[in-house]
Ligand binder design. Structure first.
Ligand code: PEP
Ligand code: MG
Length: 570
């Protein structure tokens, strides 16, 4: 039996067999395969997905269009494809090996013809082969079919890999790296899958099929647990289900403090699958629809009608609960499109979100049109722009949005003329100029995941420095207070949609500061509502004034602990 403690990122306890995924093992193995049909089917799915990735890239890229088109032509060469198939059927190569061998044969023949034009074509074909092999290996992950309830143990997992997996048997997740505010953690919480990250070399210790107990609340995992430990984890799992059922009884009550301060609790979702959970938890709307996750898993970028339908369905299904806030694509950083190669030194500070969208205007325009069309079905659709760094950038984005609205008016596309416009506040420069940004918007929503990352210069997904990722750092608290006060002074609604909003222990501070709305995973709503109903707003306001006078995160954490001990955590 081995016990390890990492960071519990998604609550819940589970005991199941391990399914192990090691990316490091995904190099090309020259091992023959008798499963000709299986290899051909992997090839064909990977081939389709590689072509559609290239098509998406061609659609959005300006500079590299012709180079990408060459790669597409290479990949579509029937002789090349038939040589790959022959390698599988006659030589019994596995799919990746078959592509590698065919690519090398073609490329080396071209190399022999001399330098210049021919060696450039040889390098193109190697690139094309590389894309196909990447796709085969990616497809192997997406085809990581679980056939029974399992805990997935991996060195790491990309959001796009998770989204492409069939998740019906995925009962728990253990990763060697990662932090609580990483996108993978957010996805695990949204999907209600108990997860523990930052387990260092755990994946190398686990054999396929070994029994693992996971507790995503306290961050412990036990490999090959003894009978006593097993029954303890099973009890924890039953207790979590009972607590949840108990909390659900109060789903219909308002989130209101003892002295009558009402706060709107909303849900963060990544797609339509989050809506049932939002409704069941009594959510009063969607405070953050991370639309880029749809683009990561399917062909929404090319298929505008599909996007129209999804957005419209979200709005219709939520119409009895409250607004739906569509955040425009936050593509880039750790959310690269399938096949998008990011050659940036610092992608998190790089070409992402509105910076990316404003350079890919056709793609951006199509999304804005979908959001506008959805707004015709309800008067509570809201649009919000990510990664805004200051008023010039916000003005440019808003002026493009005005252009798109004007085009819609001209061609008779119905939309809500009063659609509410918001900006995310997740870059320190935006927080510090919140008083200026407030003049342009109806609401502001603080994305603490990025705001903390950029303010303290601490990567939100890096477990080695997670000790520095402190939501209660005085610098963060001062920024939050400044944004709330600036919004209030201008009569602008102020929300928080980062993960800090979903941790009920922070509520005395968020209520005391005067947030109008908090948006979180469905899982957190019930507990948060219960806690808000136990708080007194004026007492929280006094508490905020006190913590703002403290000089470091540890002192604030200590003060909050005392507050929670005194006023009840329930
Ligand atoms: C945030 O940064 O807090 C946020 C809500 O956006 P995301 O987590 O998608 O970066
Ligand atoms: Mg963000």
């Amino acid at each position: 039996m081995i016990q390890k403690t990492g960071i519990g990122v998604s609550p819940g306890a589970v005991v199941a067999e391990a399914a192990v995924l090691r990316h490091t093992a995904l190099s090309i193995e020259h091992i023959p395969s008798d499963d000709t049909e299986g290899e051909l089917s992997v090839l064909s799915s990977a081939y389709d997905s590689a072509l559609s990735s290239l098509d998406s890239l061609i659609a959005v890229s300006d500079d590299e269009k012709s180079m990408l088109a060459i790669l597409r032509t290479m990949l579509s060469d029937p002789e090349y494809l038939s040589l790959i198939r022959e390698n599988i059927t006659e030589r019994k190569y596995n799919a990746a090996w078959a592509v590698e061998a065919a690519t090398e044969k073609y490329a080396s023949e071209l190399d022999k013809l001399g330098d210049g034009y021919f060696s450039e074509r040889a390098s193109d074909i190697r690139d094309a082969g590389y894309i196909l092999i990447e796709s085969i290996q990616g497809f192997m992950i997406s085809a990581f079919h679980l056939t029974k309830p399992s805990v997935l143990v991996a060195d790491y997992l990309l959001p796009s890999e998770f989204l492409r997996m069939d998740r019906q048997y995925l009962k728990g997740l253990c990763l060697d790296g990662g932090g609580k505010a990483s996108h993978m953690a957010i996805l695990a919480r949204s999907a209600d899958i108990p997860a523990v990250f930052a387990l260092s070399d755990f994946s190398s210790m686990v054999e396929e099929g070994a029994v693992i107990a996971v507790d995503g609340r306290d961050g412990t995992v036990v490999l090959d647990p003894q009978r006593k430990v097993l029954s303890e984890y099973r009890k924890r799992s039953d207790a979590a289900a009972r607590d949840e059922a108990e909390l659900k009884k109060d789903a219909g009550l308002p989130a209101e403090t003892l002295d009558g301060y009402r706060i709107r609790l909303m849900c963060n979702i990544e797609g339509l699958e989050g809506i049932d959970g939002a409704i069941a938890s009594g959510s009063e709307g969607i405070g953050l629809f991370r639309t880029e996750f749809l683009a990561l898993q399917s062909d929404y970028l090319e298929n505008g009608e599909k996007m129209d339908h999804v957005y419209q369905e979200a709005v219709e299904r939520m119409s009895a609960c409250g607004p739906v806030t569509f955040r425009t694509y936050d593509i880039g950083g750790d959310k690269a499109l399938n096949g998008m190669k990011i050659n940036e030194e610092n992608p998190i500070l790089g070409w992402r979100a509105v910076r990316f969208c404003m350079e890919n205007r056709d793609m951006f325009r199509r999304q804005l049109v979908s959001i506008l069309r959805a707004s015709a079905y309800s008067d509570s659709v809201r649009i919000m722009f990510p990664m805004i760094s200051g008023s010039e950038e916000l003005r440019e984005v808003l002026s493009f949005f005005d252009e798109v609205k004007e085009e819609c008016r001209k061609n008779g596309t119905a939309f809500d003329e009063n659609i509410k416009i918001g900006t995310m506040i997740e870059v320190p420069s935006a927080a510090i100029t919140a008083d200026i940004l407030a003049d342009y918007v109806d609401f502001m929503s603080i994305g603490t995941n990025d705001l903390i990352q950029y303010t303290i210069a601490v990567d939100r997904g890096n477990e080695k420095i997670s000790y520095l990722y402190r939501p209660l750092h005085p610098a963060v608290l001062r920024l939050l207070k400044y944004v709330v006060d600036s919004a209030k002074a201008k009569g602008v609604t102020v929300s928080m949609c980062g993960e800090m909003a979903g941790d009920p222990d922070y509520l005395p501070i968020l209520v005391g500061m005067g947030f109008d709305e908090l948006s979180m995973s469905a899982h957190s709503i019930l507990e948060s509502k219960k806690r808000i109903r136990m708080l007194d707003k004026s007492c929280c306001t006094r508490f905020v004034n006190h913590v703002l006078s403290l000089s470091d995160a540890a002192s604030v954490e200590e003060a909050l602990k005392e507050f929670l001990d005194t006023y009840g955590k329930a």
